[in-house]
Design a protein around this ligand. Structure first.
Ligand SMILES: [Zn+2]
Length: 96
């Protein structure tokens, strides 16, 4: 069991959320306090984080393909890959 740094409620390890404070430190808080502090509820936050992860994955994949195309097929394909990467990134961040 851990304790919420804000309301003092004791909660399960798996319920506990880590919150980065402005001074760089971390504190353990519950979901209610998370909503209070950040202004968004945890479901939304988790959804956005998952989305961001997928975006990063897609961009990294495109970059790898770009490097491969650049090395194997030449600079023109590398540039095309780069354009594609940017498009994927823009599309992914727009979809959020
Ligand atoms: Zn709390």
């Amino acid at each position: 069991m851990v304790r919420c740094a804000h309301c003092g409620k004791s909660l399960d390890e798996k319920e506990a959320l880590r919150h980065k404070k402005k001074d760089g430190g971390e504190e353990i808080i519950c979901r209610d306090c998370f909503k209070e502090i950040t202004g968004i509820d945890y479901q939304t936050f988790a959804y956005r984080r998952e989305n961001a992860k997928q975006t990063i994955f897609a961009v990294v994949f495109c970059l790898a393909a770009t490097v491969y195309a650049f090395v194997e097929k030449g600079a023109l394909w590398g540039v095309l890959g780069l354009v594609l990467t940017v498009l994927v990134y823009l599309f992914a961040s727009k979809a959020r």
